[in-house]
Design a protein around this ligand. Structure first.
Ligand code: SER
Length: 885
């Protein structure tokens, strides 16, 4: 038997031999098409080659493309399990020509491969062509020798393929296989075409037109080919099966499911096994690409598929989580062709297990509620929408899961009721927001959220993506066009919106008509607001836009954010478990971290924290993110923000290893934090960590500021240069600078003292014409002097020295204190009974334009407005002595 793996490689090698580049499958999350939720055909990655927007160094390509059709326009989810050929995940084999060969070769290649390499019986094959495409009819006749009755002209869009409302398109020809008249059904175009006898196996599109938004269709400059053949379909055919789920690959997965649940793969649980096998593929491939379950966008489609499978596992009677146990079988089947499965195996298993453990907590109760409702529901009535909403809101049942459960019982759901219950909940959320007083500003964003849905964030995985402009807001009002300052909302974006301390992204947004420089990104009500300035042309609502995050800036922000997590843990280790985060900032140029701690960190503590963080950076381990409940996260040792409200699931970021016991599933994780931000993928990308210091932020809260990466190195460099300069000036090695500076300071102090002393000595030695030992006034020795270069505070010491020199007498000193006069008077102890220093001083001060002054009988001090009248002051002092009896 030819396995699906063989068929895949036979196909690729056939086209490879015929000059085609064998191109890897592109990701399931399209990077180049904002309107597509998932890649749904092989041509998606080549879209711009058909229109000539992009060229590559090959003109022929072939691929096996991963496709998901669940959510968005193409949604096969509801049918999976119940039909022979529906899948949420499938592989599309295709060959492509970009302006190289056209209809002739495309048909000849296909015919050759099917009838020679795959060995299909020619008589069983028939084709459809677009009704007006005579050229294709003639080629089929010539190449395959098909008779007219086996070339069916179809006038409908079935044979005119369009990627979407706009873009490359063209007529197509489809190849069908006739399984024989023992199976009911008629040829395409007939009334019985929906039967199972004639099965379409391959679609060859002759890409020759482009459809524009205004409804016009124009011929493309070049003619191209895009073909698509479902691997599972051709596989079934080549393996002699009628049902895709009977192919070797799908069968292996079904058997793994049967084995794990000890049930019969073909017994009453048959549908369940098929659902599980299909959904295992879709979920595993999505998780391998980094899509994680969430309540929005692609993450919610993933969750819907997962939970649908999990309900079917529950129906099989599986007591424990089942899905994660089947990943090994999937990797065995598909890991060789898609290495991302093997690489992501641990993440896939863990994500599936966490989701299933969680969902099981409410699944039983939800199903019981459903059964109770059904028991009292009159025959033939749909389940009320409110009940479906309760199942959704309280028990985590996506609407299609409830519909799937009811399908087995022949019932539906009143979806109108469901939608209005959902709308009511949104209105309540909006009303709750208005309570916060920001209603006026916020209402425009709520309106956008309601009309357009929430923004899907792609920036955990990519920094470049396309998005569709859902709204342009100018001066707070929705607008059609933006030309200057704008705020732009898109359906999806790689730009991170400010939250959790991490600043918003900056970058560029480009459309066909203009360019916007985005300076910041914020988030209100789940809507991402790109704030910017139109720098060229204009941008319009509805346009597709190419979004590019400023890569270097984001890398710096991420380095700071990841370093903050390491810092948080290092602080706990060095200072103790009481450390709790009180706030943080992760900007491109620095980080700031506030935490509860009573006293300043000493030098040794700071050094230890810095060393620990740098040690972790050098470990260069990978940073991992998981989704789990807040309770599970705490059980693993995760740090959560005190007082913060978390939803029913959180992102948990783990980084670093410790040898002793740590946190996390492996018990060796260094840091585990609840965090919605973005991070480096390996710790080495932080580069370096330098603490700038610690300060008080508020009572009981310390603040640490730090630098990482180039900023940290620049800082060290600047400091080093300053030190080198100081060393050169001091003419000592850098290591001796501190000791040298200390020595110089000591020396300076000693010199200053010496200078003061010399000044005093000089002052005493000098004089203004009066003998240093004074004059006799009325029997008392009086020494009065004006001092230069002496400050007021030197006077008392000088007075003492003069008193000593006189032995007995009165001393009056006047110093020039910057133009003003400082005055002091001293009286030796033997004379204080006769005369008070205060009286003499006051007499002098009065002449100097001062008032008062005071002290004791032996020492008084005061000041005057100027020294100009110093002589008069001395005379006044003498008169006091002359007046003594
Ligand atoms: N694009 C076409 C399809 O999806 C052929 O690959 O059918």
């Amino acid at each position: 038997m030819t396995s699906l793996a063989d068929i895949r490689s036979t196909f690729l090698n056939f086209y490879g031999r015929n000059g085609h580049e064998i191109v890897d499958s592109s990701p399931l999350v399209p990077r180049n098409d904002p309107t597509l939720m998932f890649t749904n055909s092989g041509m998606v990655q080549f879209k711009n080659l058909f229109t000539g927007l992009e060229t590559r160094d090959y003109q022929r390509a072939t691929s096996a493309q991963k496709c998901v059709r669940a959510g968005g326009k193409h949604n096969d989810l509801d049918n999976v399990g119940y039909t022979a050929r529906h899948h949420t995940f499938f592989e599309m084999l295709g060959n492509f020509s970009f302006g190289d060969y056209f209809k002739d070769d495309a048909i000849a290649f296909a015919w050759d491969l099917l009838t020679r390499d795959f060995g299909l019986n020619k008589d069983r094959l028939l084709v459809t062509v677009y009704h007006s495409d005579d050229e294709a009819v003639n080629i089929w006749k010539k190449v395959a020798g098909l008779s007219d009755d086996r070339i069916i002209r179809i006038a409908t869009d079935d044979n005119f393929w369009r990627m979407g409302p706009t873009g490359p398109c063209g007529p197509c020809t489809e190849i069908f296989y006739d399984h024989g008249d023992h199976i009911w059904g008629g040829p395409p175009g007939s009334a019985e075409e929906d039967g199972d006898r004639f099965i379409e196996i391959w679609n060859l599109v002759f890409m020759q037109n482009e459809q524009f938004e205004d409804g016009t269709m124009r011929p493309l400059d070049m003619q191209s080919i895009d073909t698509g053949m479902g691997l599972e379909r051709i596989g079934a055919l080549l393996q002699g099966k009628h049902d895709n789920y009977d192919t070797d690959l799908m069968r292996a997965l079904i058997e793994a499911s049967a084995h794990a649940t000890s049930t019969d793969p073909d017994g009453p649980g048959k549908v369940h096994h098929r659902v599980i096998a299909d959904h295992l593929r879709a979920t595993s491939f999505l998780i391998a690409e980094g899509v994680l379950p969430s309540n929005e966008g692609r993450g919610y489609v993933l969750r819907r598929i997962m939970r649908r499978a999990m309900r079917h596992a529950h129906q099989l009677g599986a007591q424990d989580p089942l899905m994660h146990r089947l990943v090994t079988a999937l990797v065995q089947e598909m890991g060789a062709a898609y290495p991302e499965l093997g690489q992501g195996k641990a993440l896939i298993e863990e994500t599936l297990k966490n989701e299933e453990v969680r969902f099981r907590q409410t699944l039983d109760r939800g199903l019981k509620l459903l059964d109770d409702e059904l028991a009292i529901l009159p025959d033939g009535t749909d389940l009320p929408g409110e009940t479906a909403f309760k199942l959704y809101d309280t028990f985590g049942f996506p609407l299609d899961l409830t519909q799937d459960a009811l399908r087995e019982k022949g019932r539906g759901v009143n979806t109108e009721g469901f939608n209005s219950a959902m709308a009511e909940q949104k209105t309540k959320a909006r009303a709750a927001w208005s309570g916060s007083g920001e209603q006026a500003d916020a209402s425009v964003w709520f309106d956008i959220a309601e009309a357009k849905g929430l923004t899907e964030f792609l920036g955990y995985e990519t920094l470049n993506a396309e998005g569709q402009i859902a709204a342009v807001v100018v001066d707070g009002q929705p607008a059609e066009v933006g030309k200057d300052a704008v705020q732009i909302v898109l359906n999806q974006t790689p730009f991170y919106a400010e939250s959790g301390g991490q600043v918003g992204d900056a970058g560029t947004l480009k459309t066909e008509t203009g360019m916007v420089r985005i300076t910041d990104t914020k988030k209100v009500a789940g809507v991402f607001i790109h704030i910017g300035e139109v720098t060229m042309g204009e941008v319009r609502r509805g346009q597709a836009a190419v979004l590019s995050v400023d890569v270097d800036r984001r890398a710096d922000i991420q380095a700071n954010h990841s370093a903050t997590h390491l810092l948080n843990e290092a602080l706990r280790e060095v200072l103790g478990d009481h450390i709790a985060q009180r706030g943080s900032l992760n900007a491109p140029d620095r980080l700031r971290f506030d935490f509860s701690h009573q006293k300043a960190l000493d030098t040794a503590e700071l050094a230890q924290v810095e060393r620990d963080v740098n040690r972790l950076i050098r470990q260069n381990t990978t940073v991992e993110t998981r989704i789990m409940t807040p309770d599970d996260a705490r059980a693993l040792g995760a740090q959560a923000l005190f007082g913060e409200k978390y939803g029913d699931e959180v992102r948990v970021v783990s980084m670093g290893r410790r040898d002793g016991s740590g946190k996390g599933v492996d018990g060796h994780t260094y840091s585990l934090e609840l965090c919605g931000g973005t991070h480096v993928s390996r710790l080495g990308q932080i580069g370096a960590f330098v603490l700038l210091g610690d300060s008080a932020s508020s009572a009981g809260v310390r603040r640490i500021e730090a630098l990482t990466g180039q900023a940290a190195l620049d800082h060290l460099k600047t400091q080093g240069e300053a030190l080198a300069q100081a060393a050169a000036t001091l003419k000592v090695p850098a290591a001796d600078v501190a000791a040298r500076v200390k020595a110089l300071m000591d020396e300076r102090k000693a010199l200053a003292n010496e200078v003061a002393q010399l000044r005093r000595d000089a002052a005493m030695g000098g004089g203004s014409g009066q003998a240093a030992d004074g004059v006799d006034v009325n029997g008392t020795r009086f020494l009065g002097q004006v001092m230069d270069g002496v400050s007021g505070k030197d006077l008392p010491a000088l007075i003492d020295q003069y008193k000593d020199r006189l032995g007995s007498g009165v001393v009056l000193l006047i110093a020039d204190a910057g133009g003003k006069a400082a005055v002091a008077c001293g009286v030796t102890a033997d004379l204080t009974g006769r005369v008070s220093a205060v009286d003499v001083l006051r007499a002098a001060v009065a002449e100097l334009g001062g008032k008062g002054g005071g002290g004791r009988p032996d020492m008084a001090q005061g000041g005057g407005a100027s020294v100009d009248n110093a002589d008069a002051a001395l005379t006044a002092a003498k008169s006091v002595l002359e007046g003594l009896s």
